[in-house]
Design a binder for this molecule. Structure first.
Ligand SMILES: Nc1ncnc2c1ncn2[C@@H]1O[C@H](COP(=O)(O)OP(=O)(O)O)[C@@H](O)[C@H]1O
Ligand SMILES: [Mg+2]
Length: 285
């Protein structure tokens, strides 16, 4: 669904490559997580997959970027956005400012495409149901919590029928409730067959929601693997990403020989419970 081959990129008027020789393949209908330290190039990569680079930011891009069958550099930005949507960090900045209700906000992009009224209404209803925001349709987009605004921003991409959605730290400006809302919606989107690429540093939530995780470091996608194995990998420290408290606690227990050296390290609470239960049972015996 996404195929990046040997992609390198330098911003305009700079002489160093922010990304160099990046390769990425994403299967349709999966959730891919990408983690990386601040400044590692997450936003840059998100813009490359979604066509804002090179169509808006310019710069020097080489290699090939194919998303949903379209070679992104060869199509116009307006065609690119029919294949892939980008959700940015700040939900507030994604609201058009032109509409009074969420219903109108969602219809906005379709209006611009000249979609018939009846179809527009049907698509608004369907996408609102999918994201669980039917109750917000008559509200002002400005009278919502950050989490609700981010759901509206996601809905306004999904309604364009983009099969691929890229999210660049979509929860970084949200409280825990809003963060949970956005992550919960990822499962519904996957069930609806949408391919998701999520740039995030909330490792526990990524562990629960991503099928596969890639690490962005040293200008490359340097490692990848199933979410639990990748997010518990000790090299994440060196790459400036860190680890969850569950991974840290289990690693410390392993160092003290309290857990078997072959034990798979947990990332989330859900992973950790059986490990620590097994330990407690052994200790009890
Ligand atoms: N418009 C730009 N022009 C020049 N350099 C940029 C621009 N935007 C980002 N950079 C640089 O590219 C690198 C990666 O930035 P970014 O993709 O924003 O990383 P992240 O999202 O992981 O924090 C940083 O060194 C940043 O300073
Ligand atoms: Mg960023």
């Amino acid at each position: 669904m996404i195929d990046l081959a040997d992609v390198s990129y330098a911003y305009p008027d700079t002489d160093h490559y922010v990304l160099s020789h990046v390769n990425l393949k994403v299967e349709p209908g999966t959730v891919t997580g990408i983690v990386g330290a601040s400044g590692s190039g997450k936003t840059t990569l998100a813009k490359i997959i979604s066509g804002f680079i090179p169509h808006v930011d310019g710069g020097e891009l080489s290699g090939s970027v194919v998303v949903d069958g379209a070679t992104i550099a060869d199509v116009t930005l307006s065609e690119a956005v029919s294949h892939v949507g980008l959700v940015i960090q700040s939900p507030f900045n994604q609201i058009s400012g032109a509409k009074f209700t969420v219903r109108e906000e969602l219809a906005f992009g379709l209006e611009n495409l000249g979609v018939a009224r009846e179809e527009m209404a049907e698509r608004v209803t369907a996408v609102a149901e999918l994201l669980g925001i039917t109750g917000l349709l008559e509200r002002s987009p400005y009278a919502l919590s950050g989490g609700q605004q981010q759901l509206v921003a996601i809905a306004s991409m999904i309604i364009m029928n983009t099969p691929v959605l890229v999210m660049d730290e979509p929860t970084s400006q949200l409280d825990p409730g809003g963060t949970r809302m956005v992550f919960d919606v990822m499962s519904s989107l996957r069930d609806a067959g949408i391919t998701l690429v999520v740039f995030e540093h909330k490792l526990e939530l990524l562990r629960e929601h991503a099928d596969i995780v890639h690490v962005l470091a040293e200008s490359q996608l340097i490692a990848s693997g199933p979410s639990r194995a990748m997010l518990a990998d000790p090299r994440l420290e060196k790459w400036g990403i860190g680890s969850t408290r569950f991974t840290a606690a289990a690693a410390a227990a392993r160092d003290r020989k309290l857990l078997s050296k072959d034990a798979e390290l947990p990332v989330s609470l859900t992973d950790a419970v059986p490990e620590f239960r097994a330990f407690a049972a052994k200790k009890g015996a």
